[in-house]
Design a protein around this ligand. Structure first.
Ligand code: THU
Length: 150
């Protein structure tokens, strides 16, 4: 059985401009796939894994609203299904006129797979907010905590 990656990630270098642009373009494309008939908010996310592959995802809403899954978690589930376990970066885009920052659930989900992952959030224009997972979720509960029992 695959276990979560509990090692300290070693892939935390800044993205070069070309790679960041490719990741942002993938996130923007994924916005077009969003299924959001209830909120109208369309979100796309793209993850860059440690071998340079990009995995995308969009939000998928449910009429039972609480079952809705965010774009970031869709992308991660898709990436893990494809065999990826370690990620360098994630880009998030949406149809909102301002930046849509990852929600708390997505911060937890992503941070377990890359606490030092680069995060790039883009709005409709040129603006890009660059940060890291550990800045978005400081003092995170992590897989290592599960080994803390004596
Ligand atoms: N949403 C995401 O896809 N990612 C987030 O980080 C925050 C919110 C989606 C879920 C829902 O379909 C819509 O945005 C409104 O909450």
């Amino acid at each position: 059985m695959n276990k979560p990656n509990m090692e300290t990630p070693t892939v935390d270098a800044q993205l070069d401009a070309e790679t960041e642009n490719r990741l942002v373009a993938a996130a923007r494309r994924a916005v077009q796939a969003a299924h959001s008939p209830y909120s109208g908010v369309c979100v796309g996310a793209a993850l860059l894994d440690d071998v340079g592959c990009i995995h995308d995802g969009c939000n998928v809403e449910s009429a039972s609203y609480g079952l809705t899954i965010c774009a970031e978690r869709t992308a991660l589930v898709s990436a893990v299904t494809a065999g990826a376990r370690t990620f360098r970066a994630v880009a998030v885009a949406s149809n909102l006129p301002r930046l849509l920052m990852p929600c708390g659930a997505c911060r937890q989900f992503l941070s377990e797979f890359g606490p030092r992952m680069q995060v790039v959030v883009v709005g409709p224009g040129e603006e890009r907010h660059r940060t890291t997972m550990d800045r978005l979720l400081p003092s995170a509960f992590s897989p290592a905590d599960l080994n803390a029992l004596p």
